[in-house]
Design a protein. Structure first.
Length: 277
């Protein structure tokens, strides 16, 4: 899988785009009313329990507006915090803090939201089953969202279409399943091969072919158990479809190696933070 890179340059460029979106074309016309020399010191506080993520993005937002703003981090990315926890302190000119605050909080809220919901799934699934994300990410935010999954204790699925072969139902609808798998094996060249099946007969037709992982899609818990028994460790197993906080524990108990969940990136609730003077 392509490596998730959160370099200083990546963070800088990402935050620049976000600030430009918020300030183009005339800047913050409301904050311009505030006296420029008035300084304030404020606390960044979590308004709910969460796994924190995105602090370097938040810090960068303030720094790009005013390099003299002091953003002191009190919790690290990946920290579990309770409601009311102090996350950081921010000190500098009020006008400039006001300009950057929404962009900074947006990064924090979104990244922390994904990390938090991922961590809930991870805890319910237990130590033997891994929780992974999918390509169901917001366009241009994939690196950030997959980073958030990792700090929440999850793992990343393939980053993009070049990373590995994933033969799904739509591919199968236009061609024979076994033929596609054999072609992928011949063209493998170091890439992993995952094959999606939605019934036990499809699975049985593949046993013996040399690929890496079986994606068991939308199967009942009973059929997942049967599938794991049929595979008998020959392939890595992954379950997907209709996974939520109520079902993930029972799915994990079927013995699958991992569970993929699209909602942890595309539908994660934002975490609420507040700035307190």
């Amino acid at each position: 899988m392509s490596k998730i890179q959160l370099s200083k340059t990546f963070i800088l460029n990402t935050v620049k785009l976000a600030l430009n979106e918020d300030l183009y074309p005339s800047g913050d016309i409301t904050s311009s009313l505030v006296e420029n020399d008035k300084s304030i010191k404020i606390k960044l506080i979590a308004n709910q329990s969460a796994v924190i993520g995105g602090l370097l993005f938040a810090k960068q937002a303030f720094y790009l507006i005013d390099q003299k703003i002091k953003f002191r981090i009190k919790k690290r990315d990946g920290s579990n915090v309770k409601k009311g926890s102090l996350i950081a302190t921010i000190e500098g000119k009020a006008k400039n803090i006001l300009i950057a605050e929404r962009v900074a909080l947006n990064f924090l809220s979104h990244i922390s939201g994904i990390a938090t919901i991922t961590n809930k799934f991870v805890k319910l699934a237990g130590k033997k089953t891994k929780i992974c994300c999918t390509r169901k990410t917001i366009p241009n935010l994939r690196v950030i969202q997959k980073y958030a999954v990792k700090i929440g204790g999850g793992i990343n699925h393939r980053f993009n279409l070049s990373d590995e072969y994933l033969i799904k139902d739509n591919h199968i609808a236009s061609s024979d399943l076994k033929t596609l798998v054999i072609k992928a094996i011949k063209n493998k060249k170091g890439k992993k091969i995952t094959v999606e099946v939605d019934n036990l007969n499809q699975l049985k037709s593949l046993i013996g072919l040399k690929f890496d992982r079986v994606l068991l899609d939308n199967m009942s818990s009973n059929n997942l158990k049967k599938a794991v028994k049929i595979i008998n460790g020959f392939y890595e197993t992954e379950a997907s479809g209709n996974v939520n906080l109520k079902t993930v524990k029972s799915i994990a108990k079927t013995g699958v190696n991992r569970i993929s969940i699209g909602s942890i990136t595309h539908s994660a609730p934002a975490i609420d933070f507040k700035l307190e003077i």
